[in-house]
Write a protein of this length. Structure first.
Length: 464
C-alpha cells in the first residue's frame, strides 16, 4: 500500500528539522518522494541521516534558507514567532503547518495506532514498531526517539498500519483519528499549557473522541489518571475499551512479572488463557508498556501469540535506559527521564537489576516551569540513588523564572536523605564522576536535555 503525497507536502520546509518529532515526519515524506528541506540550529547525525534520504538541511536559521517555491512551512510549538524563516513564509504567503497536522496527513488512509500518556509513549510506540516489523507487516511509524541508528525514529512502510507517538504536551494529539489508541497514564505535566488535572482530563477526552467509530481504546487499569479518563468516556457506544493491569478485574491481566537481570518474563491472562513472553529491558513499567502494546496489536487483529513473541525482539530505544558503555568496571547508562514518575521508575528498574552495585546519577532538570512545579518530587526521586550530581536547569524553549533553580531539587533531595551535590560547570562532570565511581558502580545520566552528551565524556575519563 502506497499512500499518496498530499499536495501541501510536496516541497515542505521544516524549521527545526533535526528535532525528534520533526525529523521523523521529514524522513517519511522524503521516502514518499517529497522534496524535503529545512533548517536546524546545529548539525547532527539526524541531519546527516536526512540528507542521505535526499533532504536539504541548512544549519542556522535565516530567511534565505526558505525556498520561494516551498509548498508549506512545518513548525513545532517550540519555534518562536520571531524566527526569520517563519517571517519570510509570511512575506511569501507560504502556508504554515503545525507538526501535528503534517503527521496527521501522512497517516491518512492507513490504520493508525496512537500511543498517548504522560510517560512511556516512546517506549511503547517503539515496541509496536519493532514487533510489527519482526512479523513482516512493514508498518509506518513515527517515534520520539531513535531505535538504534540516527534517523531510525521513523519509517515509511508498505503495510497498512501506522504507529505514532501522540504528544499531549501542546494538545497536538487532538489532530489524529486513530483506529486504536493507547493511554498509558495521565499526570499533571507541561505546566505552561495545563493548569490543572481537569484540563489534562479534558484534553485526553478530546483525544479519545477522535478514535474512529468502532475503534478501540487501550487504557491502563491501575493508573489513577488513565482510569479517570476511561470512566469519563465509558458511555460512548461507538468505542471499545480494553483495560490492562495487575488487578484481577483488568481485561488483560498481568499475572506475574519476573525480573531476570536486564530482562523480564511477563505472564498475562488474555481472553481466558495465559501468554508468557520476554521483555528485553528491565523494570516493571517497561513490562506494562509491553502489555499495552500487546493489547493494542490484538485489537488491530494481530494474533496474540505471534505478537507476544515478536515483542521480545525489542531491545530498547536510545535514551531509555540505554547502555552507553563500560570503562574501569563502571557501566554508564543514559535515561531520558525528566518527570518524577519517570525518574522513580527508571531508578527502581536499575536498582532491581543492579544487585549490590552503587547507582550514581547525573541529573539535569528540564524546563523552569517543570522544576518550579515538581522540583520537590524530583529531589525525592533522587533519594533512590546512592549519590547524585545535579546540573543547572536545561531551559529548552523557556525563559528563566526568577527564583527557580536546581537548588529547589537539591534541597528536597537532601531533606529526603539523599547524598547530592550541585555542579554548575557541565564540563567538570566527567572528572567529578571519575573521582566518585568505583568498579562495579552504575552511572546514570538522566534528563531530557543535553546531559546525554556526558556519557561518552565520562567513559573517556574513566578509561584514562
Amino acid at each position: 500500500m502506497k499512500p499518496g503525497l498530499p499536495t501541501a507536502m510536496e516541497r515542505p520546509h521544516f524549521i527545526g528539522i533535526g528535532g525528534a518529532g520533526m525529523s521523523g515526519i521529514a524522513k517519511i515524506l522524503a521516502q514518499r518522494g517529497a522534496q524535503v528541506a529545512g533548517s536546524d540550529s546545529r548539525d547532527s547525525e539526524t541531519a546527516q541521516a536526512l540528507r542521505a534520504h535526499g533532504a536539504t538541511v541548512h544549519i542556522g536559521h535565516a530567511a534565505g534558507h526558505l525556498a520561494t517555491d516551498a509548498t508549506c512551512v512545518v513548525v513545532s510549538s517550540a519555534i518562536r514567532a520571531d524566527n526569520p524563516e517563519l517571517a519570510r513564509a509570511a512575506e511569501l504567503g507560504i502556508p504554515v503547518v503545525h507538526r501535528s497536522d503534517a503527521l496527521a496527513s501522512v497517516m491518512d488512509g492507513l490504520r493508525p495506532i496512537a500511543v498517548a500518556g504522560t510517560h512511556g509513549k516512546t517506549t511503547t510506540t517503539s515496541m509496536l514498531a519493532v514487533a510489527l516489523s519482526a512479523l513482516g507487516l512493514d508498518p509506518s511509524y513515527a517515534i520520539g526517539g531513535d531505535l538504534d541508528a540516527p534517523g531510525s525514529n521513523a519509517h515509511h512502510g508498505e503495510g497498512d498500519v501506522f504507529v505514532a507517538e501522540a504528544d499531549e504536551s501542546d494538545r497536538s494529539f487532538h489532530k489524529y483519528t486513530p483506529q486504536v489508541a493507547i493511554i498509558l497514564n495521565a499526570e499533571l505535566d507541561h505546566h505552561a499549557n495545563y493548569a490543572s488535572m481537569d484540563e489534562i482530563y479534558e484534553s485526553f477526552e478530546t483525544f479519545v473522541g477522535k478514535i474512529v467509530p468502532g475503534g478501540t481504546l487501550v487504557v491502563a487499569h491501575g493508573q489513577e489518571g488513565a482510569a479517570e479518563i476511561a470512566h469519563r468516556v465509558s458511555g460512548n457506544p461507538d468505542l471499545i475499551v480494553r483495560t490492562y493491569g495487575e488487578d484481577e478485574t483488568a481485561d488483560v491481566r498481568i499475572r506475574k512479572i519476573t525480573p531476570r537481570g536486564l530482562t523480564s518474563e511477563v505472564a498475562v491472562v488474555m481472553d481466558g488463557r495465559e501468554i508468557v513472553f520476554t521483555v528485553s529491558v528491565p523494570g516493571r513499567h517497561y513490562a506494562h508498556n509491553a502489555v499495552a502494546a500487546l493489547t493494542a496489536g490484538v485489537a488491530l487483529g494481530i494474533p496474540a501469540d505471534d505478537l507476544a513473541a515478536a515483542l521480545g525482539k525489542y531491545t530498547g530505544v536510545k535514551r531509555r535506559l540505554q547502555l552507553k558503555g563500560e570503562a574501569a568496571g563502571v557501566q554508564v547508562i543514559d535515561s531520558y527521564a525528566h518527570h518524577p514518575t519517570e525518574m522513580t521508575a527508571d531508578l527502581e528498574a536499575i536498582r532491581s537489576a543492579a544487585g549490590d552495585s552503587r547507582i550514581l546519577v547525573v541529573f539535569q532538570p528540564h524546563l523552569f516551569s517543570r522544576t518550579q512545579e515538581l522540583g520537590k518530587e524530583m529531589g525525592q526521586a533522587l533519594a533512590l540513588a546512592d549519590a547524585s550530581v545535579v546540573l543547572d536547569i536545561y531551559p529548552a524553549r523557556e525563559d528563566p523564572i526568577p527564583g527557580v533553580t536546581s537548588e529547589l531539587i537539591i534541597s528536597a533531595a537532601r531533606t529526603a536523605g539523599a547524598d547530592v551535590a550541585a555542579e554548575h560547570d557541565k564540563t567538570a562532570v566527567a572528572d567529578v564522576i571519575a573521582g566518585m565511581a568505583k568498579p562495579g558502580d552504575l552511572v546514570l545520566t538522566m534528563g531530557a536535555g543535553d546531559v546525554t552528551d556526558l556519557g561518552p565524556q565520562i567513559l573517556a575519563r574513566l578509561s584514562n
